[in-house]
Design a protein. Structure first.
Length: 364
């Protein structure tokens, strides 16, 4: 199951969803104009906030709070339109009985489909938890909402069973499918869903969020944002990941001294990647960003302090590397990093691939 952007699940609302205004506006508009679809499919990477968005949407649909928000609420959530012209709330108040039930995970009309087998959602899971339950009207809310996380794990039989419900759903039913791979779903299911895709969030928004909410310094926030590749949840995870910090320290230590290292020392560093189970993509990203910073510093000349580098605390070593490497050498090394990434993806021998890349770096 995916973790959410914000660990304080009970406090989150639409304003806590970072950089996904188009998607959240779509869902708010559906509530505002009473155009709720029976099925939504939210597609995004692991940790990108799919579950968080589904939870907020479900609470908003079931919210029993005051139709008009207080001035304090409007200010707190920084949201221009909290209700439509008829007074329908577009976000959960997080205070009413319904919201509190949802936050505590015991709302009778918000059902999370579970599965015993870690890699499969079976036809029995769908028949018992969705098809066999959906004909029962809501106990207290206006809707009966089913949230199927990791929907790509539904086998064909399970998807076909769900399709029968999607073809003729009760008027009160809303089914939210959360997936990392929409292509794993039957086309007949996709055609009956409103498909919403979580797009990469700009690095500057992620950085601001980390500094404000996670309370980490500018330098660390920049690194985490760069490595998150537009995924806020991943950035939060990296900010608290001691293994990533250790890997960064190891990689930078290697790159600062690689020109003076012997071949046997380089081979030992390659072995360390496997022994310490470092994430290969993150490792190569660290190498890429280091040489990107070297290139930027070299282009900035003597104004390194104003240069938009990621590794701001390594200016002395960046200056040294910028003097050592020519523009042509840096370009060649960046190509070598990309080549190593492609070879590893193609299952070429890992140790040999990494050693060749490091030898390119050593050659300068």
């Amino acid at each position: 199951m995916e973790t959410n952007m914000n660990t304080e699940q009970g406090c989150v609302t639409w304003s806590d969803v970072v950089g996904l205004t188009q998607l959240t506006d779509n869902l708010c508009s559906a509530i505002k104009y009473n155009k709720i679809s029976h099925a939504y499919l939210i597609q995004g990477e692991k940790l990108s906030g799919k579950r968080m968005i589904a939870d907020i949407f479900a609470r908003a649909l079931q919210c029993e709070g005051d139709k008009a928000p207080s001035e304090q609420q409007a200010t707190l959530f920084d949201f221009e339109e909290t209700k439509n012209d008829t007074g329908v709330k577009m976000r959960p108040c997080n205070q009413c009985r319904s919201c509190k039930q949802a936050i505590n995970g015991n709302h009778p009309d918000i059902i999370y489909v579970t599965h015993e087998k870690p890699n499969v959602i079976s036809v029995d899971n769908i028949r018992q938890q969705v098809n066999g339950d959906i004909s029962i009207k809501p106990y207290s809310g206006d809707y009966k909402i089913y949230i199927i996380d990791e929907a790509e794990k539904m086998n064909v039989q399970a998807q076909n069973a769900l399709l029968k419900t999607l073809e003729e759903p009760p008027e009160y039913a809303v089914i939210l499918l959360l997936t990392t791979r929409a292509e794993a779903m039957l086309q007949t299911i996709l055609s009956r869903c409103v498909v919403l895709t979580i797009k990469p969030v700009p690095d500057d928004l992620i950085k601001q969020y980390l500094m404000r909410q996670v309370q980490i310094p500018d330098y660390r926030a920049s690194i985490c944002a760069s490595f998150a590749r537009g995924n806020v949840g991943r950035a939060i995870e990296l900010a608290a990941n001691e293994v990533f910090d250790h890997m960064k320290s190891v990689v930078l230590g290697l790159l600062k001294h690689i020109t003076d290292m012997e071949i046997n020392q380089i081979a030992a560093e390659v072995k360390k990647i496997t022994e310490e189970k470092f994430d290969t993509n993150d490792y190569l990203d660290l190498c890429f960003i280091w040489f990107r910073d070297v290139l930027l510093y070299k282009a900035c000349g003597n104004s390194g302090g104003q240069c938009p580098v990621i590794f701001k605390e390594e200016l002395t070593d960046l200056a040294s590397a910028a003097r050592y490497y020519s523009y042509e050498a840096i370009e060649r090394i960046i190509r070598a990093i990309d080549r190593a990434r492609s070879r590893i993806a193609a299952n070429v021998n890992f140790d040999l691939t990494m050693e060749l890349m490091f030898l390119d770096m050593k050659a300068g």
